[in-house]
Design a protein around this ligand. Structure first.
Ligand code: CAA
Length: 248
């Protein structure tokens, strides 16, 4: 077992479509995988499913949109499992509607879960990474943070904000052996994307040169690469993975 195989990876929003694929891939690649969840109804069936697939993941409750809940969760993980070497900020929600119909709650829920969570989680693992002179922070953004999307002012603002965070933090922590990168997936076959009205989704897929949705495992491979030693000179970058939907 090489050195990277003992590293602890925390994936937030682990029970979602992308999170599940990431946990499986990272486990397969030899990491000690810790998942975070918020919905208690989802966690038990999810763990049973992972066990059936021979994938060993430890699951910890925490509301990453809340700083204190996140701090408490990370303290527990570090006490029970060990220091977090790699953090994948993956938790996210949508509340799609035109801004003219958006309430303060719809705005705040998305900003808190998708963007403030990145601060909440990173702030609570960063000192340890700096002390140990190693860290990987991978922020899961979106093509819609790069190009905008009708009905997603809240989501696009949060996702664009994540990459600003990535670029600035990358500069601050490079000298500590910590890399910080963003992945911007396009439309991937997850429950979140399948909730888009069928007619609208068909129109979106028609704009993707590859003519299909992405697979969750296609994103998971990139996460595992960015978590590994092979990516050690890559920081402050944004990786598009969208089938050619947005090129620039
Ligand atoms: N461009 C221009 N006009 C549009 C439009 C578009 N893309 N979509 C809707 N409209 C117009 C309609 O034609 C209609 O106009 P008129 O009133 O003049 O006829 C008006 O907007 C209707 O707006 P409503 O507020 O009544 O809303 P709606 O019920 O039609 O729903 C919506 C609007 C919520 C934006 C819906 O179209 C939708 O869900 N769109 C998908 C948004 C999307 O792609 N979300 C991604 C989710 S997955 C994800 O986020 C993962 C990831 O990272 C990629």
């Amino acid at each position: 077992m090489d050195k990277q195989n003992k590293r602890v990876v925390l994936v937030t929003g682990a029970t979602g479509g992308l999170g599940t694929a990431m946990c499986k891939k990272l486990y397969e690649d030899g990491y000690h995988v810790v998942g975070n969840y918020r919905s208690k109804e989802k966690s038990e069936p999810w763990l049973a499913e992972m066990k059936k697939d021979n994938c060993h993941v430890e699951l910890f409750y925490g509301d990453v949109s809340d700083f204190d809940s996140t701090a408490e969760m990370i303290k527990k993980i570090e006490r029970d499992i060990g220091p977090v070497d790699t953090l994948v900020n993956n938790a996210g929600i949508t509340r799609d509607m035109r801004l003219i119909n958006m309430t303060k709650d719809d705005w705040n829920a998305v900003i808190n879960t998708n963007l403030n969570s990145v601060f909440n989680c990173t702030r609570n693992v960063l000192q340890g990474m700096m002390d140990r002179k190693f860290g990987r922070i991978i922020n899961i953004s979106s093509v819609n943070g790069q190009r905008g999307q009708f009905g997603q002012t809240n989501y696009s603002a949060a996702k664009a904000g994540m990459h600003g965070f990535t670029k600035s933090l990358a500069m601050e922590v490079a000298k500590f052996g910590i890399t910080v990168n963003t992945i911007s997936p396009g439309y991937i076959a997850t429950d979140m994307v399948m909730a888009v009205p069928e007619k609208v989704l068909n129109q979106i897929v028609a704009q993707v040169p590859m003519g299909r949705l992405g697979g969750t495992e296609e994103v998971a491979h990139l996460v595992s690469f960015l978590a590994s030693d092979k990516s050690s000179f890559i920081t402050g970058s944004n990786y598009s993975i969208n089938g050619g939907q947005h090129v620039y």
